[in-house]
Design a protein around this ligand. Structure first.
Ligand code: FES
Length: 299
């Protein structure tokens, strides 16, 4: 009897804690300490109930000691047995239902973290503001001609109308055109030796801000990933495993640089399905060079 009361109390405590957790999350706006405490109570109540149930309520083997028979009259025994069985079955049914209810509330409470994941990113990881015909502009919004960029210098540029865009920021570098050995299909992407690569490092997303003209390399200051500007920004050193995506460009009739599409691959750090969406609409599909040309760096 005491065991049943204890199981009931523990399960009710678990239910109340689960309901409290739902209330704190949905109506109070969330509180990490309160949610942790209530989740602990919900799990603890369930655990205590299960332990007491197993120890005190589950029938152990019946041990009997021989003694002289002292039977009550048959009718008395029958009625006593019936009364006991009915009571036992009623209490057990109640406890089983209470256990199922507590498990249901606890399951609902455990689903709450899923609602904190925020909205699904959709196509956001695969698209930037770059589109066919969008002008290449500097940080003041001024359009750029190939002649505005000195050979072996780098500039940070943006798509017109999106100056400061996090995923549209791009490095524009001018190199002697005869040195370029870009991957197949990119022959026309670097007018007058102007090549453009995403500024977001493909390792962990730092801005790749350093250009070493001596060997035409872009360097990421965070973990020293190095990218070969002349060969499609393939990584030659450091932990980055993917090239910086290259922006396809041409010179418009008015002499200014424009994009001919978005980056052909997602910009920034790799994620599990990054290679599933190559060749987006509006850009030329390209192979992803994956061979590293130098010594492996630290991981
Ligand atoms: S973020 Fe660029 S090397 Fe790590």
């Amino acid at each position: 009897m005491r065991g049943e009361r204890a199981v009931t109390a523990a399960l009710i405590a678990s239910v109340l804690a689960s309901i409290g957790l739902l209330v704190v999350y949905v109506f109070v706006g969330g509180n990490a300490q309160a949610e942790g405490l209530l989740l602990g109570l919900a799990l603890g109540g369930m655990g205590v109930a299960i332990v007491i149930w197993a120890v005190a309520l589950i029938d152990a083997p019946v041990e009997t000691e021989a003694r002289h028979p002292m039977p009550s009259p048959g009718e008395t025994r029958r009625s006593a047995r019936d009364a006991l069985d009915a009571d036992r079955i009623g209490r057990r049914t109640f406890l089983v239902r209470l256990l199922a209810g507590a498990a249901g509330f606890l399951g609902a409470a455990l689903l709450l973290p899923a609602f904190s994941l925020g909205p699904a990113p959709g196509n956001a990881l695969f698209q930037t503001p770059w589109r066919r015909g969008v002008r290449v502009v500097d940080e003041t919004g001024k359009p750029i001609r190939p002649g505005d960029v000195a050979v072996d210098t780098v500039r940070t540029v943006f798509p017109a109308g999106h100056v400061g865009s996090a995923d549209g920021q791009t490095l524009l570098i001018r190199v002697p055109p005869e040195l370029l050995t870009l991957p197949d299909g990119r022959g026309g992407w670097a007018p007058s030796g102007c090549v453009a690569y995403s500024k977001i490092c493909t390792h962990a997303g730092c801005p790749v801000g350093l250009y070493r003209a001596r060997d035409h390399s872009l360097l990421c200051p965070c973990h020293q990933s190095t990218f070969d500007v002349l060969r499609g920004a393939v990584p030659t050193f450091g932990p980055a495993a993917r090239p910086l995506p290259q922006l396809p460009m041409e010179v418009a009739p008015d002499g200014y640089l424009v994009a001919t599409g978005d980056f052909p691959e997602p910009v920034g750090p790799s994620f599990w399905n990054v290679t599933h969406r190559e060749g987006k609409a509006g850009s030329t599909p390209s192979a992803l060079p994956s061979v590293r040309g130098g010594e492996p760096g630290p991981s």
